[in-house]
Design a protein around this ligand. Structure first.
Ligand code: SAH
Length: 228
């Protein structure tokens, strides 16, 4: 089967499974998912499944991307924060729907690859940051929408604080880090009022606080100390 017919079948499957927002489906049709997976998985790029990426992480299942994106109720005026860039696929989908996307990833290696893909796909409204997304991006806040693509035990209070209080929406998986009991939650913020709903069960990699240890930098510093 050709890539094009696999893609059409996937989009039909997503619609049958509840992704009914035509803007979301159109964005998923336009972004080439094969560019966001490793070469060994190119033939599975349009299967409805999560796939491994480097640093022990995963690119989410298309159905989960579709449902979470739809749950955000995005318009082309929105400024969106994504936590957990990973392959960059979800950010690419958001970039087709919103005015501007800010995306944070704790693994520098993943971010470098994602940035290259954004360029290749001519996506110029994505701003990236290597850092701890648990803390959000205070300098760019408030955000109309926040999407977290790694599971936290609780809703991170820093992210709630950075959500617009004029109808801001945050969608995130919450639950145990082992991945057995996680649910996508939608939080709506209006003034000082919050309303939260449980949407559907999922399995995400954990949201990890802090940055990965840079062993090469630590070794270099130790060597410099010895030499001096
Ligand atoms: N949205 C991604 C899915 C990535 S999986 C995609 O479309 O491919 C989740 C990602 O969240 C991983 O890359 C992981 O490294 C990252 N992550 C986990 N905790 C984080 C944190 N505190 N800050 C930023 N990124 C984090």
């Amino acid at each position: 089967m050709s890539t094009e017919s696999r893609k059409i079948r996937l989009v039909m499957d997503l619609r049958n499974a509840g992704v009914t927002d035509t803007r979301v489906l159109a964005a998923m049709e336009r972004i080439p998912r094969e560019k966001f997976v490793e070469e060994a998985f190119h033939d599975q790029a349009y299967a409805n499944q999560a796939l491994p990426i480097s640093c022990g992480q995963t690119i989410s299942q298309p159905l989960v991307v579709g449902l979470m994106t739809q749950a955000l109720e995005i318009t082309d005026r929105h400024k969106i924060l994504e936590v957990g860039t990973g392959s960059g696929y979800q950010a690419a989908i958001l970039s087709k729907l919103a005015r501007r996307v800010y995306t944070i990833e704790r693994h520098r290696d993943l971010m470098q690859v994602a940035e290259r893909r954004f360029k290749e796909c001519n996506l110029h409204n994505i701003t990236t940051l290597v850092g701890d997304g648990y803390k959000g991006w205070p300098a760019q806040a408030p955000f109309d929408r926040i999407l977290v693509t790694a599971a936290a035990r609780l809703v991170p209070p820093e992210l709630v604080a950075q959500l617009s209080d004029e109808g801001g929406i945050m969608v995130l998986p919450v639950g145990d880090v082992g991945g057995l009991h996680q649910e996508v939650i939608r939080v709506r913020k209006e003034g000082t009022q919050f309303q939260s709903e449980r949407l559907f069960p999922v399995r995400f990699v954990p949201l990890v606080q802090g940055l990965p240890q840079d062993h090469s930098a630590a070794r270099r510093a130790a060597r410099e100390r010895e030499e001096s």
